[in-house]
Design a protein around this ligand. Structure first.
Ligand SMILES: Nc1nc2c(c(=O)[nH]1)N[C@H]1C(S)=C(S)[C@@H](COP(=O)(O)O)O[C@H]1N2
Ligand SMILES: [Mo]
Length: 537
């Protein structure tokens, strides 16, 4: 039995490497990721939620940056799952063959195994998978052939191991055992060699091919620089040393989506049909946005946060968004009087529905095509995503491919999976730094700068308070935010006292509403609770 599992592993590992190499070189499907994505889409929401919570908790526990490691952890899970499937398949295959046949049964079992694994794998790759850029016929044939080869190899190893026992071997038993062991060692070596060489080659060639292409897609030739944001730049107090940057560098901005590999959309052939209950159905193109078909675009600093962000987590970031007010675009197509909702569909199957009443009441709701003055990066939604103030990211599709005006509400992707229907951002505040090494002297007193961010969606922040140990809540200073839709940087200069201390922070939104101090996990409505930091000074 153990042999079956081992053979499964030895045959599946090189398969992963070869699939990866073909993916990097020819854009053929990377089946382990495709299967994982397929699973993510069909699993019940509650299970996924626990999975996500657990992953975030483990990463935070390991002090890994959640925004960097979340995708890596998912990729690791996808690979592990695929290998486990290979091991189980090997186990089952050998178990069945041993029971059914004395000796070998030729290669039919391998072909059947290849088909049993290959047909669903092909379907998942072509259906849910986004790893491939090659033609789907080529992709399908490739996956099927790869799975057949995998089944045949397993079969071959079985035959080699089973054969001597069946043909009344002339060799003494001990010799036979040694021969089998030697054979397994050779297979192990070959498997390791192919795996390492394939993965290594893919890594080298893959990065070479993608370098130069840069992180982001090219904008249409000659698009102008994005206009500066209308709002004034932040000013006032200096952030305490160690406070996160007020504008998140793009490469540090978190990424969350249901995809292991983000959809890569070709801007030249992308179209955006606006259909349903409209007077004049339209089809927009990338050039409509860059050529200002809808008039001057708007730029605005915006803080985006994920509803899965734990208290003090990294799934939050601020950058300058450029886009067109959705009101303007809807005015162009003429919304029929019975239309009450806008359904937004994305390339990856993600979708969300927005009430038209909300769109009419808020001209800031925009279709955004640039971040930080450049076309959206592929992973952040190129060519188009929506911005809806005050709501968590789960309500705001990237990679938009269709807008449809409809009469009745439909739950969005995550709403249908048990998350909050409103998904209004919770007020939250975080201590980024207790800057013990940047003591300042004021009026003969030593002060420790403490600082961080406070955020309450588009409601703004009116007050931040800091508490040390069991002392009183004391007002922090607020820096003028970059806009009404970003976090606010706060600072509190604390009179130095040696010892072991607990620092806590809480905030109030623009209307004076205090943040919720009761501890709640991210699911289903966004985390609440006070962020605290312990430090011995
Ligand atoms: N098409 C699509 N859009 C999506 C998602 C997705 O999975 N698919 N995830 C949403 C979630 S949950 C968040 S938090 C934001 C994150 O945007 P970012 O990855 O650009 O930071 O994208 C939102 N838009
Ligand atoms: Mo999210």
């Amino acid at each position: 039995m153990g042999i079956g599992a081992l053979a499964g592993l030895l045959v599946t590992a090189p398969l992963v490497a070869i699939l990866y190499l073909a993916n990097q070189l020819a854009g053929l499907p990377f089946v382990p990721f495709d299967i994982f994505e397929w699973l993510v889409r069909i699993l019940p929401g509650s299970l996924l939620t626990h999975g996500i919570d657990m992953m975030v908790a483990v990463l935070m526990f390991l002090h890994l940056n959640v925004s960097d490691s979340a995708k890596a952890a998912e990729e690791g899970s996808a690979l592990a799952l695929f290998l486990i499937c290979g091991v189980v398949a090997g186990l089952a295959f050998y178990g069945i063959l041993r029971r059914r046949t004395a000796g070998t049964a030729g290669y039919w079992p391998g072909v059947i195994l290849g088909l049993i694994a290959g047909l669903p794998a092909t379907a998942m790759s072509l259906g849910a998978g986004q790893s491939a850029t090659a033609h789907s016929l080529v992709s399908g044939v490739w996956v099927l052939c790869a799975c057949l080869a995998w089944g045949l190899f397993l079969n071959w190893i079985y035959n080699r191991l089973a054969a001597p026992a069946a043909q009344e071997s002339s060799e003494p038993l001990a010799v036979e055992k040694i021969q089998r062991r030697r054979f397994l060692v050779r297979i192990g070596e070959a498997s390791a060699a192919v795996t390492v060489a394939g993965a290594g080659l893919a890594a080298v060639l893959g990065t070479r091919m993608h370098r130069g292409a840069g992180a982001g897609p090219p904008g249409p030739a000659g698009f102008g620089a994005a206009p500066r944001a209308a709002e004034s730049a932040a000013e006032g107090i200096e952030p305490a040393p160690g406070t996160r940057p007020e504008v998140t560098p793009l490469e540090q901005h978190y990424r969350i989506d249901i995809d292991l590999m983000p959809p890569v959309i070709d801007g030249a052939s992308w179209t955006l049909p606006i259909t349903g209950l409209v007077d004049r159905p339209a089809v927009l193109r990338v050039s409509d946005f860059y050529n200002n078909t809808f008039g001057e675009p708007v730029s605005r600093y915006i803080t985006l946060a994920c509803i899965s962000n734990p208290i003090g987590g990294n799934l939050i970031g601020t950058t300058r968004w450029t886009g067109v007010s959705l009101q303007r675009i809807l005015d162009q197509v003429g919304v029929k009087s019975n239309a009450r909702f806008l359904k937004i569909t994305a390339r990856d199957g993600f979708h969300e529905t927005v009430a038209l009443d909300l769109v009419r009441s808020d001209p800031r709701i925009m279709l955004a095509y640039m971040w930080d003055g450049r076309p959206l990066e592929h992973k952040h939604g190129y060519p188009l995503r929506i911005y809806i103030p005050d709501l968590y990211g789960m309500k705001q599709p990237k990679w938009i491919t269709r807008l449809e005006l409809i009469e009745n509400d439909e739950p969005g992707y995550w709403v249908a999976r048990g998350w909050d229907k409103e998904a209004r951002m919770k007020a939250t505040s975080v201590i980024d730094t207790v800057a013990v090494h940047s003591l300042i002297e004021k009026d003969g007193r030593k002060l420790v700068p403490i600082g961080g961010i406070a955020h309450a969606g588009a409601r703004g922040i009116s007050k931040v308070e800091v508490k040390v140990d069991d002392g009183p809540w004391t007002d922090a200073q607020l820096r003028k935010p970059l806009s009404g839709t970003t976090w606010v940087i706060w600072r509190y200069d604390w009179p130095f006292q040696a010892g072991n201390h607990t620092f806590s922070v809480r905030c109030y939104d623009g209307s004076g509403q205090a943040q919720i101090e009761a501890v709640n996990p991210p699911h289903p409505s966004g985390a609440t609770g006070v962020h605290s930091v312990r430090k011995s000074i």
